[in-house]
Design a protein around this ligand. Structure first.
Ligand SMILES: Cc1cc2nc3c(=O)[nH]c(=O)nc-3n(C[C@H](O)[C@H](O)[C@H](O)COP(=O)(O)O)c2cc1C
Ligand code: SF4
Ligand code: SF4
Length: 270
């Protein structure tokens, strides 16, 4: 079977799971074509979905759903009745409406969603002082990713004819929109701490074209706070302010303890 594997991964967790999924699919004798759509320029290219029998998507969770930039990009795709699956990575705080929301989007785009999964990964804001799931995804997560791939493949081939059918969520899209607006305001943008070698990597790899390498500053309104530039800077001069206050606020609002936040299990939803 020819399968398209499309993923967005500013800081690498989702890419790690995508690698495991790809290797397992190849082991199952499939032909897999990978599309890493993290960089802005990659999302401007049209992907010919017609050549694939099924598609697997991989996205991080931003504010309880797939990132807005990805939700918008998905609206440019035509599923034409193709089977699809989505896996998420998240930092252990909350997956919120991610599974329901992606099912609605893909169904509206005429895909058939046959499975989803969520994998725990180090939280992006560990770069701002948080200490969430620092060594995830780990071997246990990778084993769950292999199992997810096998179960998904069985649904692609009709050996298992199920599709995902979630119970309605008590959380509404409007409530999550409000949470997204509220949380976004609390997150600082990266800054350049000192002079650098001007390699331009931060500008070229920014997923939303928000970074200006010449002055080392992102555009405040378009920057999605993904911290790809911080991770990718070869000189290590891009930084983000400490966000421990925000961490305490999230803990207070959710009533989650450090122990709960650091002991999440990755899950397959079939
Ligand atoms: C803007 C933003 C919002 C995030 N929102 C959530 C969230 O709602 N719940 C959560 O558990 N983790 C959240 N995270 C953490 C990421 O989902 C997690 O670190 C993910 O694995 C990053 O994927 P990547 O390494 O492929 O970029 C957020 C990260 C960012 C940058
Ligand atoms: S990636 Fe780092 S070194 Fe390269 S231009 Fe940006 S700030 Fe400078
Ligand atoms: S400038 Fe903003 S959006 Fe661009 S890579 Fe850096 S944090 Fe991400």
């Amino acid at each position: 079977m020819k399968i398209g594997l499309i993923y967005f991964s500013p800081t690498g967790n989702t890419a790690k799971i995508a690698e495991i999924v790809k290797n397992k699919l190849v082991e199952l004798h499939n032909e897999v074509e990978e599309f890493n759509i993290t960089n802005y320029s990659e999302r401007q290219k049209k992907i010919d979905l017609g050549q694939f029998e099924a598609i697997i998507f991989g996205f991080p969770i931003y504010y309880w759903r797939a990132p807005r930039v990805i939700r918008d990009w998905l609206l440019t795709l035509k599923g034409e009745g193709k089977k699809s699956s989505v896996f998420f990575t998240y930092g252990g705080v909350n997956v919120g409406l991610a599974h329901h929301n992606i099912k609605n989007i893909l169904t509206n785009q005429n895909f058939i969603l046959i499975s989803t999964a969520e994998f725990v990964g180090k939280h992006t804001y560990n770069l701002a002082g948080w200490k969430l799931n620092e060594s995830r995804p780990n071997q246990e997560d990778f084993e769950i990713a292999k199992d997810y791939t096998v179960k998904t493949y069985k649904r692609f081939t009709d050996e298992d004819t199920g599709i995902v059918d979630f119970e309605p969520s008590h959380i509404t899209e409007e409530a999550v929109d409000r949470i997204e607006i509220m949380l976004k305001k609390e997150i600082p943008i990266p800054f350049r701490e000192e002079e650098c070698s001007m390699c331009q990597t931060c500008e070229e790899s920014c997923p939303v074209n928000a970074m200006d390498a010449d002055n080392g500053k992102p555009n405040r309104s378009t920057c999605i706070r993904c911290l790809r530039c911080v991770v990718n800077c070869p000189d290590g001069v891009l930084k983000i302010e400490n966000m421990l206050v925000q961490y305490q606020l999230i803990k207070k609002a959710t009533k989650f303890t450090d122990e709960i936040l650091n002991s999440r299990k990755s899950k397959i939803l079939l």
